[in-house]
Write a protein that binds this ligand. Structure first.
Ligand code: MGD
Ligand code: MGD
Ligand code: SF4
Ligand code: MO
Length: 719
């Protein structure tokens, strides 16, 4: 029998609605849902591969337990008995911090992880919490936390109404948007130009987004904060500011911007001073404008300063919280900046990592120091690891070192759907259901959407596997000393009680619902639209809650109740940036710096086992500018070695004018030819792991975020 289900795609931040056609339990087609209130029929090749993911024979359908060195299939009871047998003594003997947790990117797209992740972390009770956030957007959380009082109070460009969009270090045409939930980003960008607006892209690479923009500027990797400061400088110098209300600290910003003249930053950024002045004037003159920065600006040495300056620009041009500017979403559920939450001084660096003394942020430590904490003996040394939907041996800096460190652990438990580059080291792997086998609601990403929307996806297919929230609570039970068969239902009741109390509700209002359904129902009821899960169930294509509306000062949770434009914790890093003005241009710059690039048919490291996404020519190539290629006698298609402080890779070259001279671009997420992984398709399209080159000692000092853009490397032709 043929049926069609409407679901929200959980693979990236765009939250597209999909129509999944099934013949019994066989997925026969996946299309964009034309009636979806937000995505209106858009989908990308990854969403179209959900069927291939579901039916992938390499995907795990039962737990694996290591016996005599080999990962062998086991029952759930056997797996949990093994975990209890091995985890409990580590906790008893070495304490809670001996167990580390790493949360990967898909946990931000997974309702179970969103709702139950904290319970798991609390039961383990460790300070050694790491996540993909510190190899991604941590700088933005820190700047938002200090400026607006909430780490997720991040302004998003009001794409559908803006008339001028300045994009730095983002390529939404490939990534489908990030910290900006916007299905069909390409269509929304095209519409800006169709209504007479302008798009300016700043990127060391002519990205697809740059190709579709009005203007593109090459920028030397890692120097966005300098450019942004120069734009601020020009706005003050030429009297072009029109600051929004509710600002503290604008005079401080003006003073801080003084040394960053366009003329001073031009030689470092490689953008001419008159161009910088023109960019500033056009930004100020636009009736509605938004500045938007993403991965290229956050995974960089001045990530926090750049993230902060993006919103400083939005604020002093009058575009913060204005229609067509950079606005705050009002989500239907779970948003901590709506409702009765109290103002609180945002703080980070409340504790420091044991070995390198790196700052805590949002209760986590920088992932760039995970290997240090495993390798370095002493009190608090990590002896066991739990990964939840993460592949840090590909995704994080000095990947080879981390791989070796993980091999040394006494115990490694992976919650993962594949045996891949990281989980191959595991002692126990606990798989979760596929996106078609679990309910979904984008709790986190609807808080960053360019429209206010809510959309619920029930599980489409039955599964033999436990839902991941049950697995997480069972694991939490082991960590809490309840043995391998803790009472998951009782734990869930406890959490529902907590959520209900926090919202001033009786958990009984959710009726018979249990698990994520009950928690979400409670959160929706407590939310600003007072929806229920039943309302969402009645709207399979989603509920449109309207265009973004101004939210200041209501969304602020700073103690002052105002936007803090010059927070001390961020301003303290300005001298480090000032030093860049004199350091560069004196011949000390490396010959090449490495950057990344996302590809439409990749999803970080984990979807290369699906034939529809990897077929065609090899995509894991190094981009090099023709001038560099000529100087080094490298032909297009030839292989080169790329070497950094931490390692080297051999990779074929694409010679292209779409990359700046002196810059090499290698996509991350490849390098699948490792022993012990069980991904047959990926192994046949391996590519190289670019994070062998990423140096774990290069960080954004404020946030501890890893640097992936601007890594010094040497490039040489292979004999
Ligand atoms: N050089 C370089 N490195 C980068 C980046 C870069 O731009 N350049 N980008 C960084 C960024 S932004 C990110 S977010 C990180 C990502 O870093 P990670 O989150 O560590 O890596 P992913 O590739 O997303 O791996 C996801 C893992 O989750 C598993 N998985 C998928 N779905 C599920 C599920 O439903 N349940 C469970 N339990 N597991 C699941 C997959 O099998 C895979 O092992 O990489 C970072 N690394
Ligand atoms: N298809 C696909 N979509 C994805 C992902 C994926 O792997 N594949 N990953 C998802 C994840 S986890 C995330 S976080 C988002 C990220 O979403 P985006 O931030 O849009 O990601 P990228 O496409 O990597 O765009 C970053 C751009 O920054 C440029 N860049 C590099 N260094 C610098 C620099 O120093 N300055 C400036 N100005 N630009 C620089 C790069 O050339 C690149 O074009 O994408 C998400 N969506
Ligand atoms: S753009 Fe993102 S949400 Fe939309 S179909 Fe592709 S992967 Fe799924
Ligand atoms: Mo990410």
């Amino acid at each position: 029998m043929t049926t069609t289900a409407h679901i929200t795609c959980p693979l990236c931040e765009a939250t597209c609605g999909l129509d999944v056609t099934l013949d019994g339990s066989q997925v026969t087609r996946v299309q964009g849902d034309a009636e979806d209130v937000f995505s209106k029929g858009f989908l990308c090749p990854k969403g179209g591969s959900l069927g291939a993911l579901h039916h992938d024979p390499d995907r795990l359908r039962a737990p694996l337990v290591r016996r005599d060195g080999n990962l062998e299939q086991a029952t759930w009871d056997e797996a949990f008995e093994e975990i209890d047998r091995r985890l409990s003594p580590i906790l008893a003997e070495h304490g809670r911090d001996a167990v580390a947790v790493y949360l990967g990117n898909p946990s931000a797209h997974n309702l179970a992880a969103q709702l139950y992740g904290r319970a798991l972390l609390k039961s383990i009770g460790t300070r050694n919490v790491f996540s993909a956030s510190s190899v991604d957007q941590m700088p933005k959380h820190i700047s938002a936390g200090h400026m607006f009082g909430g780490a997720l109070t991040i302004p998003v460009p009001d794409l559908d109404r803006t008339m001028h969009l300045l994009v730095l270090g983002a390529n939404p045409l490939a990534s489908n948007g990030s910290l900006m939930t916007a299905p069909d980003a390409r269509g929304r960008l095209r519409a800006i130009r169709e209504r007479g607006g302008k798009i300016v892209v700043v990127d060391p690479r002519r990205s697809r987004t740059a190709e579709h923009a009005d203007e593109h500027h090459f920028i030397r990797p890692g120097t966005d904060a300098l450019l942004l400061f120069a734009l601020v400088h020009v706005l003050f110098e030429e009297g072009l500011t029109s600051p929004v209300e509710h600002l503290n600290g604008i005079e401080d910003v003006e003073r801080l911007a003084e040394p960053f003249t366009p003329e001073a930053v031009a030689p470092v950024t490689c953008i001419e001073a008159p161009e910088i002045r023109r960019m500033a004037r056009e930004l100020a003159a636009a009736p509605k404008a938004a500045v938007y920065g993403r991965i290229g600006t956050t995974t960089a040495a001045f990530g926090t300063l750049a993230s902060w300056l993006v919103d400083v620009l939005n604020a002093i041009t009058g575009n913060l919280d204005r229609e067509g500017g950079a606005m705050f979403t009002l989500a239907a559920a779970g948003q901590s900046n709506s409702g009765p939450s109290k103002p609180r001084q945002f703080a980070h660096g409340r504790w420091r990592s044991r070995v390198r003394g790196l700052p805590e942020a949002l209760g986590e430590l920088p992932t760039a120091t995970l290997a240090d904490e495993i390798e370095t003996p002493g009190d608090g040394q990590i002896r066991a690891l739990v990964t939840l939907a993460g592949n840090p041996c590909v995704s994080t800096p000095n990947a080879d070192r981390l791989s070796r460190a993980i091999e040394q652990l006494d115990l490694y438990i992976a919650l993962d759907v594949y045996v891949n580059e990281t989980s191959r080291h595991a002692d126990v792997i606990l798989p979760g259901p596929t996106p078609l086998e679990r309910p979904h609601y984008d709790l986190a990403l609807y808080q960053l959407a360019v429209r206010n929307v809510a959309n619920w996806t029930p599980a489409v297919l039955d599964t033999e596997l436990p839902q991941e929230w049950e697995t997480m609570l069972r694991l939490a039970g082991v960590a809490a000393g309840q043995g391998p068969n803790g009472d998951v239902a009782a734990f869930d009741d406890l959490l529902a009680g907590e959520v209900a109390r926090g919202a001033g509700l009786d958990p009984a209002v959710a009726g018979e619902r249990r698990g994520p359904e009950r928690l979400l129902d409670l959160l929706l009821r407590a939310g600003p639209y007072e929806l229920t899960l039943a309302d969402l169930e009645a709207a399979p294509h989603g509920i449109d809650l309207g265009a973004l509306k101004p939210r200041l000062p209501e969304a602020l949770r700073t103690p002052s109740g105002r936007v803090e434009l010059a927070p001390e914790a961020i301003v303290a890093d300005v001298p480090r940036l000032r030093a860049e003005l004199t350091r560069n241009g004196n011949g000390s710059a490396p010959e090449f710096v490495l950057i990344g690039r996302r590809q439409l048919r990749s999803n970080n490291s984990w979807m290369h086992n699906l034939t529809p996404l990897v077929k065609g020519k090899d995509r894991c190539t190094a981009w090099i500018n023709p001038a560099d290629a000529e100087r080094l006698s490298i032909d297009d298609g030839a292989s080169v070695s790329v070497r950094s402080r931490t390692g080297s890779v051999e990779i074929p070259v694409e010679v292209t004018p779409d990359i700046m001279p002196g810059v090499v671009s290698i996509p991350h997420g490849w390098g699948h030819d490792v022993k012990g992984a069980r991904q047959s398709v990926a192994a046949a399209h391996p590519g190289v792991n670019s994070n062998i080159l990423a140096d774990e000692t290069l960080l954004d000092e404020v946030s501890g975020n890893a640097v992936f853009n601007g890594i010094p490397v040497e490039v040489a032709p292979l004999a």
